[in-house]
Design a protein around this ligand. Structure first.
Ligand code: MG
Length: 383
């Protein structure tokens, strides 16, 4: 790596709940969640911190959340308002750099390597972002700054809520030493279990395993683990990114042997999918699909255009996909196809119209608080 990049990951704190609390301050101190109704087998998409104190979290069935906290305030969610707040936040991000990759309504990567304002200091940029998002949109954002995407994302989560964590290039090795491997990008429950069986808990444990061994254990992902443990992640921040689908999948620690077993996994998968669709602001859907990888690594995907993402839809798709090979199953996924932005425009559904880029606002808030540490990237400090 000749020159190191500066990546910010901005992530709103309990976004939907934050919009609701902004618009109705009486909700601030009470446990609050946005999600589907318990009677409709709904799941929680977001909850505020008082609700989290009861053990409630996103993707949890609403019925369970209400058992944990019977006086929980449950709102169905107003996605027009959430999308509007999201557009305003994105416009602020784009004042800093044009290289912005939104991941969902409340989360984005920014590549600020070439930004010269704020003396090029990633720390000041992050402080500015947080201040402007709060001042103009009334939303608290946690920001992480690091030389790579995966570290920036871990950093934004490090001191949530209202966090600001900077991992400068010189701090990467120290940061990784104690970092649990479960924090690494792409390490899901199944991989975590296998790593645990190998007594690999932290990145320094992982660094001690030779690449050959990791390839043997984890296939292609072994190389990825080898790199991540050393802080290597060359994925660029991608600007062009029309999302075509949203899905949830799981790779099983041991293969599922029967259709009945597969069916039992559909419920939890659909709950995760539902929470994800909510995180993307309930976009218009064009159909549903299932994805099955069998033990011989063949992959089959089955689509149903126009179908709604219900358990029944997925079971019927799963039955057909299973019938294609009738073998043990390694991986199961459920997903939805999205209506393309072109088609949405033709349907004249409102999309982002203006990303305000006002130079006046840009300059007004510079030079604020030049004393705060740490100051990675500040050219005057020679880094
Ligand atoms: Mg968030």
């Amino acid at each position: 790596m000749a020159t190191s990049r500066k990546i910010l990951h901005a992530d709103c704190d309990c976004f939907y709940a934050a919009v609701e609390m902004r618009d109705n301050p009486a909700l601030r101190e009470v446990p609050l969640a946005i999600g589907g109704r318990a009677e409709g087998r709904g799941v929680i998409s977001t909850c505020n911190y008082p609700a989290r104190a009861y053990g409630i979290h996103s993707a949890m069935p609403t019925a369970r959340a209400l058992r944990l906290c019977p006086h929980l305030t449950l709102l169905p969610g107003d996605f027009d308002r959430y999308r509007e707040a999201s557009r305003q936040l994105l416009a602020i991000f784009q004042e800093l750099t044009t290289i912005v990759e939104p991941l969902s309504l409340d989360e984005a990567f920014l590549d600020v390597s070439d930004v010269t304002r704020f003396s090029g200091s990633a720390t000041w940029m992050a402080r500015w972002l947080k201040a402007e998002c709060l001042r103009r949109v009334g939303i608290t954002v946690s920001v992480g700054a690091a030389p790579t995407k995966f570290l920036a994302k871990i950093a934004s989560d490090w001191e949530k809520p209202d966090g600001l964590t900077v991992i400068a290039p010189t701090q990467v090795d120290d940061f990784l030493r104690e970092l649990p491997v479960t924090k690494l990008h792409g390490v899901g429950p199944a991989t975590a279990k296998r790593l645990e069986a190998l007594e690999i808990a932290t990145c320094s444990d992982l660094q001690r395993i030779p690449i050959e061994r990791l390839l043997q254990e984890f296939g292609k992902f072994g190389r990825r683990l080898f790199e991540l443990a050393r802080g290597i992640d060359d994925r660029p921040v991608r600007v062009e990114r029309e999302r075509k689908s949203i899905s949830a999948e799981v790779t099983f620690a041991s293969d599922l042997q029967s259709l009945i077993q597969c069916r039992a996994e559909l419920g939890p998968l659909c709950q995760r999918l539902e929470a994800r669709i909510a995180r993307h602001g309930e976009p218009p859907l064009a159909g549903a699909f299932v994805k099955v990888r069998f033990d011989d690594f063949t992959l089959t995907t089955l689509d149903s255009r126009g179908a709604s993402p219900s358990l029944d839809t997925y079971f019927s798709l799963l039955e057909q996909a299973w019938a294609r090979r009738k073998r043990p199953v390694r991986l199961l996924g459920v997903g939805v196809r999205l209506v393309s932005e072109d088609a949405r425009r033709q349907l004249s559904l409102p999309l982002d119209a203006t990303a305000g880029n006002s130079a006046a606002t840009w300059y007004r808030c510079s030079d604020a608080d030049r004393t705060s540490p740490p100051n990675w990237g500040d050219r005057s400090s020679g880094n």
